[in-house]
Ligand binder design. Sequence first.
Ligand SMILES: Nc1ncnc2c1ncn2[C@@H]1O[C@H](COP(=O)(O)OP(=O)(O)OP(=O)(O)O)[C@@H](O)[C@H]1O
Ligand SMILES: [Mg+2]
Length: 192
Amino acid sequence: MHATLCDLITDLVQNSIEAGASEINLKVEETQTNLNVVIADNGKGMSAELLKKAKDPFYSDGEKHKHRKVGLGLPFLFQTAEMTQGEASIESTENIGTMVRFRFDPEHIDLPIFGNFTSAAVTLMSYGFEGNLSIERSVNGETYTVSKNELTEALGDLNDLESLTLMKQFIETNEEEINKRPDGSNRSVQSV
Ligand SMILES: Nc1ncnc2c1ncn2[C@@H]1O[C@H](COP(=O)(O)OP(=O)(O)OP(=O)(O)O)[C@@H](O)[C@H]1O
Ligand SMILES: [Mg+2]
């Protein structure tokens, strides 16, 4: 199961990768009152019928996990939204793409902890799929963006140990910067 919201985000981006997307956009925006996430891809999308099934907590396409017919990504998302009075939606068009959005109340007692966004981003950037992943990340109005194409251009193969280290440093520095409070102190960046 998902220990953190960053695990959930990772899982949902993985769905886009598995759908053969060549372009994935991930937006993760935190404010005092909202956590807003959008994952948009140009992958194979879903038919209306499949979309309906995908929202069902007892459905997975049956190909990936031979012994488990229950998907974890979308059901966990909808369950969390329900449990915490948040919102979650998924729109999809076959052969065009899919957009998953959610909005959670970061203060809700039943919300899983946010987790470590640097680790999630590094994992996704080095996942080794062909397409591009662009991330737009903001905390209380402070924003940075990073894309796999830009990183690859600057660092070369992202699975190379040195590139991996530099990428991690780059994302971590940006995370520290946007998590700074106006008084100069840092919001606790959870390391999970
Ligand atoms: N972005 C997407 N594009 C196309 N199809 C998708 C997308 N996201 C989910 N799906 C479809 O919805 C199904 C359910 O997704 P979900 O993440 O809940 O489970 P899963 O990916 O099958 O299994 P798990 O996430 O546990 O490995 C997928 O099997 C896939 O058919
Ligand atoms: Mg999945």
